[in-house]
Design a protein around this ligand. Structure first.
Ligand SMILES: Cc1ncc(C[n+]2csc(CCOP(=O)(O)OP(=O)(O)O)c2C)c(N)n1
Ligand SMILES: [Mg+2]
Length: 359
């Protein structure tokens, strides 16, 4: 299906239109139970995201990058992944974590500033979150090459934003992946902004997907507010990676509905009208309309899903807050196996400072 949509011709894969109508021949044909599971993951993601914002405003969570608007990209992609595949995340991936089964309490704990929340539980193949923009891309390619050497039939997925495509790491990673035909799936969540920098200032290319052409492998632009389009493209790209057919670049065309992080005010660089325009394309609304047409959604079902999402989130908050808070030592402990003398001196200075009660 991927090769039917040529990014050089401005073609974009879309299964669902804004009324939730599926294009004939493109619907990935998921069983009803899986469709509902996808909806429930999207709703949990939105609920957990909204809660994180409230916690931050109450001083109970640190700086946080909201995911609202990205639910279709995140849940569609993660729902297509297999247990053995690997994931190299970036910092705005809540729905990926929820879908892959990472404990939400751990995810909150991390954004509460505690390193322990970043320790992936056994059985989940998730690399720590990359905060330096784009740095996860060459790492994912390295993991892809390792999987190839070991003849593992797995895919290695990495996510990143439109801004990351201006980093050298993006180009080095994709070039290497193309040359060595690594089993990578690169997913760019093009949400139109890198903090305040609009997509037009990121690249003069018409699409991000077309950059794959120069690296010698397929690229496809999908409607990132259409969970079935993301799922369909991801499923195919993952299968190609696992079967030795090399990498794929997926550009999920979407919009960041919230601020960049809790330290940002997006109203300073984009208009209300633009945001309202994207509200109409809400990924959850669109999928709900689709489920309704299939007889899989009604008010009673919505109520159950909302209640279960709220319960899921509140339980995670309680669990995260019951854990010990981060200590000043945590800042120093995890950078080197053995702390170098300069850091030891800085830690001693910090402790003396805190000891004097000047916090
Ligand atoms: C190497 C590097 N440069 C700059 C930053 C500061 N920074 C954090 S997020 C961000 C923008 C990222 O935009 P994009 O890749 O589009 O992802 P989005 O935040 O939109 O999801 C920048 C510049 C950083 N974290 N790392
Ligand atoms: Mg962006």
């Amino acid at each position: 299906m991927i090769e039917l949509f040529d990014p050089l011709k401005g073609e974009r894969l879309r299964v669902l239109d804004e009324t939730g109508e599926a294009a004939p021949g493109l619907d990935p044909g998921l069983p009803d139970a899986e469709l509902r599971a996808i909806y429930e993951r999207m709703l949990r993601t939105r609920t957990a995201d909204a809660k994180a914002l409230k916690l931050q405003r109450q001083g109970r969570l640190g700086t946080y990058p909201p995911s609202r608007g990205h639910e279709a990209c995140q849940v569609g992609l993660a729902s297509a992944m297999g247990r053995d595949d690997w994931f190299f995340p970036y910092f705005r991936d809540l729905g990926m974590y929820i879908t892959l089964g990472y404990p939400l309490a751990d995810y909150y704990h991390l954004w509460m500033g505690n390193e322990a929340g970043l320790r992936t539980p056994d059985g989940l193949n998730i690399y720590p979150i990359a905060i330096p923009v784009g740095s996860q891309i060459p790492q994912a390619v390295g993991a892809g090459l390792a999987a190839k050497y070991r003849k593992l039939r797995i895919a290695v997925v990495t996510t990143f934003g439109d801004g990351a495509t201006s980093e050298g790491d993006f180009h080095e990673g994709l070039n290497f992946a193309g040359v060595f035909r690594t089993p990578n799936v690169f997913v760019c969540l093009n949400n139109q902004f890198a903090i305040s920098v609009p997509r037009a200032r990121q690249t003069a290319a018409a699409t991000i997907a077309q950059k794959a052409v120069a690296y010698g492998f397929p690229g496809v632009q999908v409607d990132g507010n259409d969970v079935l389009a993301v799922y369909a493209a991801a499923r195919e790209a993952l299968a190609n990676a696992r079967s030795g057919q090399g990498p794929t670049l997926i550009e999920a065309y979407t919009y960041r509905m919230g601020d960049h992080t809790t330290s940002d005010d997006a109203a300073r660089y984009r208009s209300k009208e633009e945001v309202q325009e994207w509200e109409r394309r809400d990924p959850i609304l669109r999928f709900r309309l689709y489920l309704g047409k299939k007889g899989l959604w009604d008010e009673a079902y919505e109520k159950t899903v909302q209640e279960s999402a709220a319960e899921f989130v509140e339980k995670a908050v309680a669990e995260a807050e019951a854990r010990p808070a981060a200590t000043p030592e945590d800042l120093f402990t995890y950078t080197y196996a053995a702390m170098p003398p300069e850091l030891e001196a800085q830690l001693a200075e910090l402790k003396a400072f805190l000891g004097e009660g000047r916090r």
